[in-house]
Each structure stands twice: as structure tokens, then as C-alpha cells.
Design a protein around this ligand. Sequence first.
Ligand SMILES: CCCCCCCCCCC/C=C/C(=O)SCCNC(=O)CCNC(=O)[C@H](O)C(C)(C)COP(=O)(O)OP(=O)(O)OC[C@H]1O[C@@H](n2cnc3c(N)ncnc32)[C@H](O)[C@@H]1OP(=O)(O)O
Ligand code: NDP
Length: 326
Amino acid sequence: MSGYSSVFGKGLFKDQVILVTGGGTGIGRCIAHELASLGALVIIAARKLDQLNNTAKEIRLLGGRCETMTLNIRDPLQAQDLVNSLVAKHGKLTGLVNNAGGQFHSPASKMSPKGFATVVDLNLMGTFYLCKAAFEGYMGEYGGSIVNIVAECRNGFPGMVHTGAARAGIINMTKTLAVEWGPYNGIRINCVAPGLILSSGMKNYPEKVLDGFLDNSWLNPAGRMGTESEIASSVVFLLSPAASYINGINLPVDGASSLSKGDAKANSAHPSYNPAGSKMAPYIGWPQQGGEGDGGRGGRGVLKELDAPEPMMQLYAKYKSMAHKL
Ligand SMILES: CCCCCCCCCCC/C=C/C(=O)SCCNC(=O)CCNC(=O)[C@H](O)C(C)(C)COP(=O)(O)OP(=O)(O)OC[C@H]1O[C@@H](n2cnc3c(N)ncnc32)[C@H](O)[C@@H]1OP(=O)(O)O
Ligand SMILES: NC(=O)C1=CN([C@@H]2O[C@H](COP(=O)(O)OP(=O)(O)OC[C@H]3O[C@@H](n4cnc5c(N)ncnc54)[C@H](OP(=O)(O)O)[C@@H]3O)[C@@H](O)[C@H]2O)C=CC1
């Protein structure tokens, strides 16, 4: 169609040098492919060089540009060195995707302090090191765009308290950096929060946990897991000039599963797990006008506290009998 000009096209990132951490596998690999197909020179970095080289080879075979560098994101000096040598070689670092990360499944009650700290160190600290290195090594002077891959955690993260805390920290850090760094030649920094994604990352989980992920599909309005491409396309958008006025956001890409999550089973390993119902007394704000006997049904001239199907009314009556008395 004539008269329209869209940034979306093969040359979208043609002058860009974009670093993708964890770009050898899974979601990072898919992001690297997508960016290279749109013209970027993609630098993929992680610990295992063989995986990185395989991905770089795939990209080059398809006509894209990709280089590899080894990196442990838990080491701030490695992050700094990598950015400095990359900028020395290519003259710029216009984009950064902090995708490397992960965790293990464990109820909080069974998690050691070191296990918690390890995952916070990997995800939260690792992301901070790379952001800071990119700012100091290039973006602070010339601008750029950063996307942090987190995990959907808006309702907490039952079964993975460490990563929920770390990712929430990244989301908040992102907001702060958007404000602090926006004025530096328009740095933009945003998050993408994947829900359950069919990716190589799933290989890290034992069968029982995977069964739990699959079981959870009924809580997901999409009725399915997501794809790596669904994450990559969101990253492409946020890195692109089409998102030039978007800064400091977190974009959940989860089929709305985080809006419907209610995974009370996640802590079932603890001996005090009580499937019969919570022992925490509910708070009910209605005045105790009808007494407890009517279960909030009204009648005898008093206010009806709840208008619901009978099974819910019975539950409400139970809650009323447990309720905090103020
Ligand atoms: C249940 C239903 C929920 C439904 C809703 C879900 C919606 C979203 C789902 C999101 C799913 C997420 C998927 C992904 O993220 S895929 C990416 C996957 N990749 C990974 O996760 C790999 C991550 N793992 C690692 O990188 C490392 O294992 C890790 C960094 C975590 C640890 O490596 P490190 O070598 O540093 O650790 P150590 O072995 O030295 O151990 C340090 C302490 O941590 C404890 N630990 C480590 N692993 C485990 C484990 N599997 N279980 C328990 N504890 C563990 C270890 O014991 C050490 O502590 P202690 O010395 O005190 O014992
Ligand atoms: N798949 C899913 O359902 C979800 C994934 N996520 C997140 O998305 C991101 C990508 O996950 P996914 O592709 O599924 O899983 P993968 O396990 O395939 O990807 C993780 C990548 O991170 C790299 N990595 C891990 N630790 C380090 C480190 N210390 N330094 C440098 N690189 C590291 C790994 O490479 P190497 O081992 O070579 O270092 C690997 O390439 C992760 O942050 C993950 O937690 C979030 C929510 C859901």
C-alpha cells in the first residue's frame, strides 16, 4: 500500500549491534535469530561456547550476522570486559537483551539461604551488572535500548520464591533506570515477562515439576503454553523504534495466566500443608447485625451481606464463623 511507512521490515535493525545473553539456547536463541533476520549484528554470550557456536552457525547459514562471546553474568568484571571489547571491535552497542537466567523449583520452606541467594545473584545481580556495563561502556553517551527477560510474577511465584523476588526486583530496577537513564540520549529499558514457554529451559526441571506446569494449563485462559517466538516478537517490538515512547514497562506475555493463577498446591511438601482450608481467619467488614447464625444471608430485617449461589453462601457462613472479631 502506498502512503504508509512502517519500521517493520527486513532492515529494521541493519545498523545495530545487539547483545543477547543466554543467546545460545531456547528463548535467547530465538531472539537472536529474529534480530539477525531483521539485519542486526547479534552478539550472543553465555558460559557454554559450543551451544553459542551452534546457534551462530545456524544464523550465518541463514544469511544473518552473529558472533559469540563467553560470559558468566554473575561476574561484574566479565560483564564490563565483554561490553568494552565488543564496543572496541564494533564501535557500538545499540541494544541489550538480558535473557540469561533461571532457577530451580522448591517450596520456600525447603529452600536454603544459599539457594535463595544464588538465584537472586544470577538473575537480579546479573541483570544489573550487564545494564551497568552497557551504560558505562556505550549507552550512557550514545543511548540505546535494553530489554530484560523476567518471568511472570505479578501474583507472586509459588514454588519459586527466589526467582519471584529476583524478577520483581528487576522489574522495579527497570522502572528506576528508565527514569534515571532516559535523559541520557534516550536510553529505553523495559521488561518482557514470559509465562510458561515451550523452550529448552524446561529440560532443567524434573518430570514431577513439568507435570505440574502442564497441569496448570487449566488456570491459563489461553489453554496452552507459549512459544519462544511469542517472546522474541515482543522483544523485537520493544527494541524497535516503533516502541520509542515506551520506557520502564513490564510486558507480560503469558496468555493471561498470571491473572488467573491460584496455585495453592505449590507448597504441599511442608508438613503443615492443610488442604482442608486455610487457618488464617478472614476479615469480614460487615457489622455483626444478623449474628453468625444467618451466615450473612440477611433476613429478619438485616442487611444481606452476600448474594451468591448456595455453595458459596455456605462457604461464606464458614468464613464468618472463623472471622476476626474486631
Ligand atoms: C508449579 C506450577 C507453577 C506454574 C506457574 C509457572 C509460570 C511460569 C513458569 C516459569 C518456568 C520457568 C522456566 C524457566 O525459567 S526455563 C530456564 C531454565 N533454566 C534454568 O532454570 C537453569 C537454572 N539453573 C541454574 O542455572 C543453576 O542450577 C542455578 C543458578 C540455579 C544454581 O547453580 P549453581 O551452580 O550456582 O548452584 P550450586 O549447585 O552451587 O547451588 C547453590 C545453592 O542452591 C541450591 N540448589 C541448586 N539447585 C537446587 C535444586 N535443584 N534444588 C534445591 N536446591 C538447589 C544448592 O543446594 C545450594 O545451596 P546449599 O549449598 O545451601 O545446599
Ligand atoms: N521457558 C520458560 O517457560 C520461561 C523462561 N523464563 C526465562 O527466560 C530466560 C530464557 O529461558 P529459556 O530459554 O527457557 O531457558 P534456557 O535454560 O534455554 O536459557 C537460559 C540461558 O541462560 C544462560 N545462562 C544461565 N546462567 C548463565 C550465567 N551465569 N551466565 C551467562 N549465561 C547464563 C544459559 O547458557 P549457559 O548455560 O551456556 O551459560 C542459557 O543459554 C531465562 O531467564 C528464563 O528463566 C522465564 C519464564 C518462563
